[in-house]
Design a protein around this ligand. Structure first.
Ligand SMILES: Nc1nc2c(c(=O)[nH]1)N[C@H]1C(S)=C(S)[C@@H](COP(=O)(O)O)O[C@H]1N2
Ligand SMILES: [Mo]
Length: 320
Protein backbone atom coordinates (compact mmCIF):
# COMPACT_ATOMS: atom_id res chain seq x y z
CA UNK A 1 0.00 0.00 0.00
CA UNK A 2 2.55 2.49 1.17
CA UNK A 3 4.95 1.58 -1.62
CA UNK A 4 2.23 1.97 -4.24
CA UNK A 5 1.29 5.37 -2.96
CA UNK A 6 4.87 6.59 -2.98
CA UNK A 7 5.42 5.31 -6.50
CA UNK A 8 2.31 7.09 -7.64
CA UNK A 9 3.48 10.40 -6.24
CA UNK A 10 6.92 9.98 -7.71
CA UNK A 11 5.73 9.17 -11.21
CA UNK A 12 3.27 12.06 -11.32
CA UNK A 13 6.00 14.38 -10.11
CA UNK A 14 8.41 13.23 -12.79
CA UNK A 15 5.75 13.67 -15.44
CA UNK A 16 4.87 17.22 -14.42
CA UNK A 17 8.46 18.34 -14.12
CA UNK A 18 9.64 16.75 -17.32
CA UNK A 19 6.67 18.17 -19.23
CA UNK A 20 7.50 21.53 -17.73
CA UNK A 21 11.17 21.30 -18.69
CA UNK A 22 10.44 20.18 -22.24
CA UNK A 23 7.92 22.94 -22.81
CA UNK A 24 10.21 25.51 -21.30
CA UNK A 25 13.17 24.46 -23.44
CA UNK A 26 10.94 24.72 -26.48
CA UNK A 27 9.95 28.25 -25.59
CA UNK A 28 13.54 29.23 -24.79
CA UNK A 29 14.74 27.85 -28.12
CA UNK A 30 12.02 29.91 -29.77
CA UNK A 31 13.29 33.04 -28.09
CA UNK A 32 16.91 32.45 -28.99
CA UNK A 33 15.92 31.92 -32.63
CA UNK A 34 14.06 35.20 -32.57
CA UNK A 35 10.66 33.58 -32.73
CA UNK A 36 7.90 35.03 -30.59
CA UNK A 37 7.12 32.71 -27.64
CA UNK A 38 4.67 30.33 -29.15
CA UNK A 39 1.45 28.72 -28.21
CA UNK A 40 2.32 25.43 -26.60
CA UNK A 41 -0.66 23.30 -25.76
CA UNK A 42 -4.31 23.66 -25.35
CA UNK A 43 -6.76 21.66 -23.35
CA UNK A 44 -10.49 21.68 -22.78
CA UNK A 45 -11.67 24.88 -21.20
CA UNK A 46 -14.74 26.05 -19.32
CA UNK A 47 -16.85 29.21 -19.32
CA UNK A 48 -14.86 32.09 -20.75
CA UNK A 49 -12.16 29.77 -21.90
CA UNK A 50 -9.86 29.44 -18.93
CA UNK A 51 -9.65 25.90 -17.58
CA UNK A 52 -10.25 25.30 -13.87
CA UNK A 53 -7.70 22.53 -13.72
CA UNK A 54 -4.92 21.07 -15.84
CA UNK A 55 -2.61 22.59 -18.41
CA UNK A 56 -2.79 26.28 -19.35
CA UNK A 57 -2.30 27.27 -22.98
CA UNK A 58 -0.62 30.38 -24.46
CA UNK A 59 2.09 30.87 -21.86
CA UNK A 60 5.08 32.96 -22.81
CA UNK A 61 8.34 32.67 -20.92
CA UNK A 62 9.85 35.64 -19.20
CA UNK A 63 13.42 35.91 -20.42
CA UNK A 64 14.85 37.01 -17.09
CA UNK A 65 13.58 33.93 -15.28
CA UNK A 66 16.22 32.35 -13.09
CA UNK A 67 18.00 29.10 -13.85
CA UNK A 68 17.96 28.02 -10.22
CA UNK A 69 16.91 24.50 -9.38
CA UNK A 70 13.14 24.37 -9.08
CA UNK A 71 11.41 23.11 -5.96
CA UNK A 72 9.68 19.85 -6.97
CA UNK A 73 5.97 20.15 -7.78
CA UNK A 74 5.15 17.72 -4.99
CA UNK A 75 6.60 20.10 -2.39
CA UNK A 76 5.17 23.27 -3.94
CA UNK A 77 1.69 21.76 -3.71
CA UNK A 78 1.92 19.76 -0.47
CA UNK A 79 3.90 22.00 1.88
CA UNK A 80 1.71 25.08 2.19
CA UNK A 81 0.50 27.85 4.42
CA UNK A 82 -3.20 28.58 3.95
CA UNK A 83 -4.70 28.98 7.41
CA UNK A 84 -8.25 29.03 6.04
CA UNK A 85 -7.72 25.27 5.62
CA UNK A 86 -5.82 24.61 8.84
CA UNK A 87 -2.52 25.63 10.40
CA UNK A 88 -0.50 22.52 9.49
CA UNK A 89 1.71 22.50 6.38
CA UNK A 90 -0.16 19.51 4.99
CA UNK A 91 -3.66 20.77 5.88
CA UNK A 92 -4.21 22.91 2.74
CA UNK A 93 -3.51 20.00 0.36
CA UNK A 94 -5.82 17.79 2.43
CA UNK A 95 -8.67 20.25 2.91
CA UNK A 96 -8.71 22.82 0.09
CA UNK A 97 -10.74 20.60 -2.26
CA UNK A 98 -13.85 22.17 -0.67
CA UNK A 99 -12.98 25.58 -2.14
CA UNK A 100 -15.23 26.35 -5.10
CA UNK A 101 -13.22 28.40 -7.61
CA UNK A 102 -15.93 28.95 -10.29
CA UNK A 103 -17.73 31.24 -10.61
CA UNK A 104 -15.29 33.61 -8.87
CA UNK A 105 -16.01 37.30 -8.31
CA UNK A 106 -13.63 40.06 -7.31
CA UNK A 107 -14.85 43.36 -5.88
CA UNK A 108 -12.87 46.50 -6.72
CA UNK A 109 -13.36 49.52 -4.47
CA UNK A 110 -11.79 52.61 -2.96
CA UNK A 111 -9.78 55.26 -4.80
CA UNK A 112 -10.17 53.79 -8.28
CA UNK A 113 -12.10 54.37 -11.47
CA UNK A 114 -13.34 50.86 -12.28
CA UNK A 115 -15.32 50.05 -9.13
CA UNK A 116 -17.67 47.11 -8.90
CA UNK A 117 -17.85 43.36 -8.74
CA UNK A 118 -16.44 41.45 -11.69
CA UNK A 119 -16.07 37.85 -12.70
CA UNK A 120 -12.31 37.26 -12.44
CA UNK A 121 -12.19 36.05 -16.02
CA UNK A 122 -13.45 39.46 -17.15
CA UNK A 123 -10.88 41.37 -15.11
CA UNK A 124 -7.75 39.74 -16.41
CA UNK A 125 -6.51 38.73 -19.85
CA UNK A 126 -6.15 35.01 -19.42
CA UNK A 127 -4.97 34.65 -22.98
CA UNK A 128 -1.77 36.57 -22.37
CA UNK A 129 -0.07 34.77 -19.51
CA UNK A 130 3.60 34.69 -18.68
CA UNK A 131 5.71 32.28 -16.74
CA UNK A 132 8.13 33.57 -14.15
CA UNK A 133 10.45 31.67 -11.87
CA UNK A 134 10.75 33.41 -8.53
CA UNK A 135 12.50 32.66 -5.27
CA UNK A 136 9.94 32.51 -2.49
CA UNK A 137 11.03 33.01 1.15
CA UNK A 138 8.69 32.31 4.05
CA UNK A 139 9.06 34.17 7.34
CA UNK A 140 9.50 30.75 8.97
CA UNK A 141 12.96 30.56 7.34
CA UNK A 142 12.29 28.11 4.54
CA UNK A 143 12.34 28.83 0.83
CA UNK A 144 11.32 27.49 -2.55
CA UNK A 145 11.93 28.34 -6.23
CA UNK A 146 8.61 28.28 -8.06
CA UNK A 147 7.58 28.66 -11.71
CA UNK A 148 4.41 30.75 -11.55
CA UNK A 149 2.04 31.50 -14.41
CA UNK A 150 0.24 34.84 -14.48
CA UNK A 151 0.91 38.48 -15.27
CA UNK A 152 2.39 41.58 -13.61
CA UNK A 153 0.05 43.15 -11.06
CA UNK A 154 0.75 46.47 -12.81
CA UNK A 155 -1.23 45.30 -15.80
CA UNK A 156 -4.34 44.88 -13.66
CA UNK A 157 -3.75 48.14 -11.78
CA UNK A 158 -3.36 50.09 -15.03
CA UNK A 159 -6.65 48.64 -16.23
CA UNK A 160 -8.48 49.47 -12.95
CA UNK A 161 -7.03 53.00 -13.05
CA UNK A 162 -6.64 54.16 -9.43
CA UNK A 163 -6.81 57.93 -8.83
CA UNK A 164 -4.06 60.07 -7.31
CA UNK A 165 -5.40 59.53 -3.76
CA UNK A 166 -4.58 55.84 -3.98
CA UNK A 167 -1.36 55.42 -2.01
CA UNK A 168 -1.86 51.76 -1.08
CA UNK A 169 -3.63 48.70 -2.38
CA UNK A 170 -5.23 46.18 -0.03
CA UNK A 171 -6.26 42.61 -0.91
CA UNK A 172 -8.77 40.29 0.78
CA UNK A 173 -9.18 36.52 0.65
CA UNK A 174 -12.54 34.76 0.55
CA UNK A 175 -14.00 34.18 4.03
CA UNK A 176 -16.53 31.37 3.83
CA UNK A 177 -16.85 28.89 6.71
CA UNK A 178 -18.77 26.51 4.44
CA UNK A 179 -15.80 26.18 2.11
CA UNK A 180 -12.97 26.93 4.52
CA UNK A 181 -12.93 24.88 7.73
CA UNK A 182 -10.10 26.97 9.20
CA UNK A 183 -12.07 30.23 9.39
CA UNK A 184 -14.33 28.68 12.03
CA UNK A 185 -11.36 29.10 14.38
CA UNK A 186 -9.96 32.45 15.37
CA UNK A 187 -6.41 31.47 14.45
CA UNK A 188 -6.17 34.75 12.50
CA UNK A 189 -8.26 37.79 11.63
CA UNK A 190 -10.64 36.87 8.79
CA UNK A 191 -10.90 37.62 6.00
CA UNK A 192 -7.15 37.30 5.51
CA UNK A 193 -5.90 40.65 4.23
CA UNK A 194 -2.67 42.06 2.87
CA UNK A 195 -1.41 45.29 1.37
CA UNK A 196 1.31 47.02 -0.63
CA UNK A 197 2.18 50.63 -1.36
CA UNK A 198 1.14 51.60 -4.88
CA UNK A 199 4.81 51.92 -5.85
CA UNK A 200 5.46 48.35 -4.66
CA UNK A 201 2.36 47.10 -6.42
CA UNK A 202 3.39 48.52 -9.80
CA UNK A 203 6.96 47.27 -9.52
CA UNK A 204 7.50 44.80 -12.39
CA UNK A 205 8.21 41.94 -9.95
CA UNK A 206 4.77 42.10 -8.27
CA UNK A 207 2.87 39.31 -9.90
CA UNK A 208 -0.64 37.91 -10.05
CA UNK A 209 -0.54 34.13 -10.39
CA UNK A 210 -3.26 31.91 -11.79
CA UNK A 211 -1.04 28.89 -12.36
CA UNK A 212 2.07 27.02 -11.32
CA UNK A 213 4.24 24.56 -13.29
CA UNK A 214 2.25 25.35 -16.43
CA UNK A 215 -1.03 24.27 -14.83
CA UNK A 216 -3.97 26.00 -13.21
CA UNK A 217 -3.25 26.75 -9.52
CA UNK A 218 -4.26 23.94 -7.20
CA UNK A 219 -6.65 25.21 -4.52
CA UNK A 220 -4.03 24.88 -1.79
CA UNK A 221 -1.82 27.37 -3.65
CA UNK A 222 -4.52 30.04 -3.76
CA UNK A 223 -6.78 29.27 -6.71
CA UNK A 224 -8.08 30.83 -8.78
CA UNK A 225 -6.00 34.01 -8.36
CA UNK A 226 -3.30 35.03 -5.88
CA UNK A 227 -0.54 37.52 -5.35
CA UNK A 228 3.20 36.76 -5.52
CA UNK A 229 5.61 39.36 -4.09
CA UNK A 230 9.02 37.71 -4.40
CA UNK A 231 11.10 40.17 -2.32
CA UNK A 232 8.79 39.98 0.71
CA UNK A 233 8.08 37.23 3.22
CA UNK A 234 5.59 34.64 1.97
CA UNK A 235 2.64 35.85 3.99
CA UNK A 236 2.39 39.00 1.82
CA UNK A 237 1.52 36.74 -1.13
CA UNK A 238 -2.20 36.52 -0.39
CA UNK A 239 -4.25 33.69 -1.85
CA UNK A 240 -7.73 33.31 -3.37
CA UNK A 241 -8.36 37.05 -3.74
CA UNK A 242 -11.98 38.33 -3.73
CA UNK A 243 -11.50 42.05 -3.09
CA UNK A 244 -8.99 44.74 -4.07
CA UNK A 245 -9.30 48.06 -2.26
CA UNK A 246 -7.30 51.20 -3.15
CA UNK A 247 -6.69 53.32 -0.03
CA UNK A 248 -5.22 56.65 1.09
CA UNK A 249 -3.90 55.31 4.38
CA UNK A 250 -1.74 52.29 5.14
CA UNK A 251 -4.28 49.44 5.22
CA UNK A 252 -4.77 46.72 7.81
CA UNK A 253 -2.87 43.50 7.20
CA UNK A 254 -3.66 40.22 8.94
CA UNK A 255 -0.28 39.26 10.35
CA UNK A 256 0.51 42.76 11.57
CA UNK A 257 -2.89 42.87 13.28
CA UNK A 258 -2.20 39.46 14.84
CA UNK A 259 1.19 40.53 16.22
CA UNK A 260 2.68 43.89 15.20
CA UNK A 261 5.92 43.23 17.07
CA UNK A 262 6.65 40.19 14.94
CA UNK A 263 5.19 41.19 11.57
CA UNK A 264 5.30 44.64 10.01
CA UNK A 265 3.55 46.14 7.00
CA UNK A 266 6.63 46.00 4.79
CA UNK A 267 7.96 42.54 5.66
CA UNK A 268 10.80 42.75 3.18
CA UNK A 269 13.08 39.73 3.28
CA UNK A 270 16.00 40.97 5.36
CA UNK A 271 18.72 38.80 6.93
CA UNK A 272 19.71 41.71 9.21
CA UNK A 273 16.37 42.14 10.93
CA UNK A 274 15.63 39.09 13.06
CA UNK A 275 12.17 37.96 13.87
CA UNK A 276 11.84 38.45 17.67
CA UNK A 277 11.85 34.67 18.13
CA UNK A 278 14.33 33.52 15.46
CA UNK A 279 17.04 34.72 13.11
CA UNK A 280 16.28 35.54 9.48
CA UNK A 281 19.92 35.17 8.41
CA UNK A 282 19.53 31.68 6.86
CA UNK A 283 16.89 29.62 5.13
CA UNK A 284 16.23 25.95 4.49
CA UNK A 285 15.43 25.02 0.91
CA UNK A 286 12.33 22.86 0.79
CA UNK A 287 12.62 19.68 -1.25
CA UNK A 288 16.30 19.12 -0.64
CA UNK A 289 15.90 16.88 2.40
CA UNK A 290 15.00 17.57 5.98
CA UNK A 291 18.63 18.04 6.99
CA UNK A 292 19.67 20.00 3.92
CA UNK A 293 22.22 22.71 4.52
CA UNK A 294 20.90 26.13 5.31
CA UNK A 295 21.81 28.84 2.83
CA UNK A 296 22.26 32.53 3.64
CA UNK A 297 19.21 34.69 3.11
CA UNK A 298 19.73 37.69 0.84
CA UNK A 299 18.43 41.21 1.34
CA UNK A 300 15.11 41.55 -0.53
CA UNK A 301 15.43 37.83 -1.28
CA UNK A 302 18.12 38.67 -3.85
CA UNK A 303 16.01 41.21 -5.75
CA UNK A 304 17.95 44.30 -4.50
CA UNK A 305 18.55 45.68 -7.96
CA UNK A 306 14.88 45.64 -8.80
CA UNK A 307 13.42 46.98 -5.55
CA UNK A 308 15.90 48.86 -3.37
CA UNK A 309 14.80 52.23 -4.87
CA UNK A 310 11.45 51.71 -3.11
CA UNK A 311 13.11 51.97 0.31
CA UNK A 312 15.74 54.67 -0.23
CA UNK A 313 14.41 56.89 2.54
CA UNK A 314 13.16 54.18 4.85
CA UNK A 315 14.90 52.77 7.93
CA UNK A 316 14.42 49.04 7.34
CA UNK A 317 14.95 48.26 11.04
CA UNK A 318 11.98 50.45 12.00
CA UNK A 319 9.93 49.63 8.92
CA UNK A 320 10.22 45.85 9.11
N1 LIG B 1 -5.39 33.74 2.36
C1 LIG B 1 -4.19 33.35 2.76
N2 LIG B 1 -3.11 33.66 2.01
C2 LIG B 1 -1.88 33.25 2.41
C3 LIG B 1 -1.70 32.52 3.62
C4 LIG B 1 -2.87 32.21 4.39
O1 LIG B 1 -2.81 31.58 5.45
N3 LIG B 1 -4.09 32.63 3.91
N4 LIG B 1 -0.43 32.15 4.01
C5 LIG B 1 0.69 32.95 3.50
C6 LIG B 1 1.99 32.38 3.82
S1 LIG B 1 2.49 32.50 5.44
C7 LIG B 1 2.80 31.84 2.86
S2 LIG B 1 4.38 31.31 3.23
C8 LIG B 1 2.31 31.66 1.49
C9 LIG B 1 2.48 30.22 1.05
O2 LIG B 1 2.18 30.04 -0.30
P1 LIG B 1 2.28 28.59 -0.96
O3 LIG B 1 1.53 27.66 -0.04
O4 LIG B 1 1.66 28.70 -2.30
O5 LIG B 1 3.73 28.26 -1.02
O6 LIG B 1 0.95 32.01 1.32
C10 LIG B 1 0.56 33.19 2.00
N5 LIG B 1 -0.80 33.55 1.62
MO1 LIG C 1 4.81 32.17 5.40
Amino acid sequence: MLINRKEKIRSSEITKESIFRDRRNLVKAGISMGIIPSIITNIISTGHGFPNSGQISNISTWQESSDEKLTPYEHVTNYNNFYEFGTGKDDPAKNAHSLKTRPWSITIDGEVEKKGTFDFEDLVDLNALEERIYRFRCVEAWSMVIPWVGFPLKKLIDYLNPNSNAKYVQFFTLNDPNQMPGVRYRSLQWPYREGLTIEEAINPLSFIAVGVYGEVLPNQNGAPIRLVVPWKYGFKSIKSIVRINFTREMPQTTWKTANYREYGFYSNVNPEVSHPRWSQAYERKIGEGLFSAKVPTQLFNGYQEEVSYLYKNLDLKLNY
